[in-house]
Design a protein around this ligand. Structure first.
Ligand code: 5GP
Ligand code: ZN
Length: 277
């Protein structure tokens, strides 16, 4: 059974929306998405990040042919995020909803902020309500188009996340010695180091190999390399020398199919990197 404790969102496509507190408008958007967000007990940042990424990429806006093909990113739409703990309400017993599955306010507020920050990082206009205030939410649902999202359901059923060891490290489901992380990349110590310094820099997003890189990932690849160089400086090997390696597929020795940049250094390394035939 799917746990009822999870970050949940009701996403509505709107032509306009606003939130008022005590009669004053505190957040408003034009065309875009209204996200009612509920945080469950035991939710982690990975749930909020995952759901934010999902919301940003939901294809619910029409293309020229009138098909639902464009995301809020594609149409530069607005986002209005309103905290809504009643989404965690459980009405299986009796008729009075129980909220024992909702996260306590401090934890919920932190993940609500994480979620909003992930949206803002994309440069879209993001409006919000006021956490725990009584709010009047007004919106014009365009369609109507309304979707129900559930982070753990998405997470657990996403075959890449379920099967990929590095996605599990991103999701903090398995431990790693993380030395750097930001919204897009993560760097950690290699479990089986081949040099005095051996770190792996990976994108949060699952990309299997360099062969699978899309045009939209060009900037991300640059970030991986810049993060690698920053780590090399921190480790004091930028001047002596270090190697950036990406193995692609079997003959190159790729064993984990989630893109990763090896940062190797701290000793002289040979070239070519393979034994002579
Ligand atoms: P590849 O052979 O795919 O280029 O590199 C995969 C690297 O990931 C290897 O150097 C291996 O030691 C490392 N690795 C594999 N599993 C784990 C893990 O669970 N944790 C960490 N920190 N490194 C791992
Ligand atoms: Zn992965």
């Amino acid at each position: 059974m799917i746990s009822s404790r999870t970050v949940r969102a009701v996403v509505q496509r709107v032509s306009e929306a606003s939130v008022r507190v005590d009669g004053a408008v505190v957040g408003s958007i034009g065309p875009g998405l209204v996200v009612l967000l509920g945080v469950g007990c035991g939710d982690a940042e990975a749930d909020a990040d995952y759901l934010a990424e999902k919301v940003l990429n939901l294809r619910v806006f029409p293309d020229e042919a009138g098909q639902m093909n464009r995301s809020v990113l594609d149409v530069s739409g607005g986002l209005l995020v309103v905290a809504q703990f009643t989404l965690l309400g459980d009405v299986r017993k009796g008729n009075r909803p129980s909220f024992v599955d909702a996260a306590p306010p401090e934890a919920a507020s932190a993940l609500y902020e994480t979620f909003c920050a992930a949206l803002r990082a994309k440069g879209l206009p993001v409006g919000t309500g006021v956490f725990r205030a009584h709010m009047d939410v007004e919106l014009v649902n365009d369609g109507p188009v309304t979707l129900l999202l559930d982070s753990r359901r998405l997470f657990q059923e996403d075959p890449t996340v379920a099967d990929c060891i590095f996605c599990k490290i991103v999701a903090k489901q398995i431990p790693a010695k993380v030395v750097y992380e930001d919204a897009e990349v993560l760097a950690f110590e290699d479990l089986n180091p081949q040099a005095p310094t051996h770190l792996l820099v990976i994108p949060r997003k699952h990309i299997a190999t360099l062969n699978d890189l899309a045009a939209e990932d060009e900037a991300l690849l640059g970030k991986l390399h810049r993060a690698g160089a920053a780590i090399a400086r921190t480790r004091g090997i930028a001047g002596s020398g270090w190697r950036a390696v990406m193995n692609v597929n079997r003959d190159a020795g790729q064993s984990v199919f989630h893109l990763h940049l090896h940062v190797l250094g701290g000793k002289p390394m040979g070239w070519p990197p393979f034994p002579a035939a």
